[in-house]
Design a protein around this ligand. Sequence first.
Ligand SMILES: *Cc1c(COP(=O)(O)O)cnc(C)c1O
Length: 820
Amino acid sequence: MYSKRFEKEAFKEEVKNNIKNLYRKTIEEATGRQIFQAVSLAVKETIIDYWLATQAEMEKEDPKTVYYMSMEFLMGRALGNNLINMTAYKEVKEALDEMGIDLNAVEDEEPDPALGNGGLGRLAACFLDSLATLGYPAYGCGIRYRYGMFKQKIENGYQVEVPDNWLKDGNPFEIRRDEYAKEVRFGGDVRIEYDPVTKRNNFIQENYSSVLAVPYDMPIIGYGNHVVNTLRIWDAEAITDFHLDAFNRGDYRHAVEQENLAKMIVDVLYPCDDHYAGKELRLKQQYFFISASLQALLVRYKKKHDDVRKLHEKVTIQMNDTHPTLAVAELMHLLIDQEGLEWDEAWDVTTKTVAYTNHTIMAEALEKWPVDLFSRLLPRIYQIIQEIDRRFIEQVRSRYPGDEGRVARMAIIRDGQVKMAHLAIVAGYSVNGVARLHTEILKHEELKDFYDMMPEKFNNKTNGITQRRFLMHGNPLLADWVTKRIGDGWITDLSQMSRLKKYVDDPKALAEFREIKYQNKLRLAEYIKKYNGIEVDPRSIFDVQVKRLHEYKRQFLNILHVMYLYNQIKDHPEMYFYPRTFIFGAKAAAGYVRAKETIKLINSVADVINNDKSINGKIKVVFIEDYRVSNAEIIFAAADVSEQISTASKEASGTGNMKFMLNGAPTLGTMDGANVEIVEEVGIENAFIFGLSSDEVINFENNGGYNPADIYFNDWDIKRVVDQLIDGTYSNGDREMYRDLYDSLVNTHGQERADRYFILKDFRSYADAQKRVEEAYKDREGWAKKALMNVACCGKFSSDRTIQEYVDDIWHLDHIKVDA
Ligand SMILES: *Cc1c(COP(=O)(O)O)cnc(C)c1O
C-alpha cells in the first residue's frame, strides 16, 4: 500500500471481495457505510503488516517506550489520515475513482471517534501522530467509551445532546486483544497479614467487586516511515462466576453488582471540559484504565526483564492532566504487593517513571476527591497515598520548620480531600505546563510552593498540532500549493514553512494563495448552506470562533460585539462596513447552564440579524452544529480571522489558535496561552492583539476584582448592548430569557464577582481591534501578506517539535526503524 508498493488492481479486488463476503452485495448495491467498511478493511490489511513489523522491531531492539495515559483521545476520523500517513492517499483515491467510488464520500461515512472533549483530547491524538512519525515507540492508553462526546443538535436555538453510538456498525481499524485482558478490583477491605518468612506485612484486598478490562488496539501510523504504534483503549466486561473467589461464588446480589459495574464503567465520556464534577463513576473510570494499563505494561516489561527496580530504564509514563494520577499509587501497589519491593525501592522506581502535564490553573478544574468516597472505592490505593502524604509532609516540615501554613497548602490529603495535582507533582519526575506563559504562572502563582521546593521538576512544553491532519488532510489545496513552492519537506519538518516568506512580495504567489482561501471559503459556504440553510457571502470576512463553550473563552464577548456592530449599522445605514460572517461552533457541557444560555443567545442574535433585510446582509451569524474534528478541518481552512479571546491567564495554551495560523488566518486575541508565542513568531503587525494582560487580570483578582458598573454607566454603547439582553430585542419580548447572562456582567452573586471574566473591561479594546481587522482586510494584498506570514511562521507549532522536546528533556526514548 505504501506508494512504491501500492498494487492498485489488488486493492480494487480486495474492496470488491470485502463487499461480497461481508454483505453479499455488489458495489452498486452496497450502502455508503458498507463501502466505508470494505475500503477500511482493505486498508487495514496493509497496516497490519507494518504493525507486525514494528512490534517485531520493538521485540528485537527493546527500546525505551512512553505510555501516554489519557482519559481522552479525540482522534477524529481514521481512514483519510491513515491513507495520508501511509502516503497512499492519492493512489487509493484514483483506484476508487476507477470503481466509481468517491473517496471523500467514503470518508464522510466514517463516524468521528470522539473519545474526547476538546483541546486536551485532541492534543493526545496529535502527540500519537507525531510520536509515530518521529519513530518513537509509544502506547496511548485510554478508555473505549461506548458513547463518546455527545452529538450536538440545535433545536429552536438550544443545544440538545444526542448520544454518540459510534460503535454501532463496528470499528474497522480496531483489534480486540482478549489475551491481554486484566482484572480490576474495586471496594472491599484490606486485610494485613504478617509473613514470618519475608518478615513483611502483606496487604490483601478482600470482598471486592471486579471487572474484566479487555483491550482494543488501534494502529497509529507514522508518516512515510512504516512505523505503526498502538492506541490501546480498554473495554469492560463482567467477570464470569468462574473467576470469582470462593467467598463470592454463588452470591447473586454481588454477581449482579459486578455485571452492572462492567456495563456502567465505560459507558460514557463525561462531557465536562476543564471542570471537575466529583462523580464516583468518573473515579472508577480512572482507576479502571490505569490499573489495566499498568498491569499490562508490567507483564510486557517482565517478558524481557527480571528486575522491576529498573523499570524506568525502559518505560516512562506521561500523565495527561491529573486524570491518570492514580498511576502513581497503582504502580506503588503493584511493585510492593505484587512484585515484593520494599517501599523505598518502589518509590524510587515510581518517581523515576511517572511525569505529569498540567493543563489548567482554573480552580474549578482541579480534581479533589472526598476521602470517604476514595477510601471506600480504593482502600489499598488510599493507604498508599496516606503513606506518600505522611512522608512528604515530613519533608516539608524539615525543609520549612514551623511553616504549618505551607504544610496545609501543600498536603496531598487535607480537609477530607485527596488533591490529585499535589500527588502528581510530589511523585512526578517532571511537571510541565503547556505554553510558556502558563508555565510561568504555574511556577510563580498557582504552584509556587511546589516550585520553591522542587524547581528542577518544572519545565515548559508548548503544545503543538499535527500538520498531517490540519493542513495535508484538511486543506489539500493549500498543502499542494505549499509543496509546489517549497517542496514537501514541511510534512515532517514544519520549520521549513519559513521558506514561504520569500513569496510575501510576489504578487502572483499572493494571488494564488488568495484564490485558495476563496475556494476553501466556498467549500465552507456550501457546508453552511447544507446544514444551516443560511447563504453566506464567500467574499465577506469569515471571522471564526470554534472551541468548547466556556465563560473564560468569552464567546459572550464576541456575540456582544456583534450586537454592538448591528446597532451601529442600524443607526448609521450609510456608514462604510465591510461585510462579515461571524461563525461559531461550540459544545457546552450538558450541565453548564450559563454556557448553554450563551449558545441560545448566539442563535437568537443570528436569527434576528440574518433575517433583517434592512442591513443588506452586511452581517451574518452562523452557529455550526456539532463542532468536531471532521468539520473543524473544513472550518480552519476557510477562516480569515481566528478569534482567541480568552481572559488573559485563563487559557493554558490553546491549540485551535495554531490550526488557524497553519491555515493562514491571523489571530485576533489576547496575550494569553500560546497566543503570546504565536505573536512572537509572526510579529505583532500580523496579529490583532487587545485586552488586559495576564498580570493585570491576576492583579485585579488578587485585589477583589474590578467594578464593571464604572463601565456600564459610563459607556453608552456598552450599556445599550448589555440592556438589550433584558429588553426583549433578542427574545421576542421575553425579558427573563437572558437575565442570568445580564446579571453575570453587572451583579455580584454571593461568591461570584460581577463580570469575573472581564468582558466589559476588555470590550472597547476588543472593538478597536475588530476595527483594525476591518481596515486591514480592505487592503486585499496587505491582508494576503499577513495571512501568508502566518503560514510561513507556524513552524514552531507542530506537535513534532513538541514531541521532540518531550523526548529530549523528559522521556529520553530510543528511536525505532522499520524497513519496508
Ligand atoms: C483543536 C480542537 C479543540 C481545541 O480548541 P481550542 O481553541 O484550543 O480550545 C477543540 N475541539 C476540536 C474538535 C479541535 O480540533
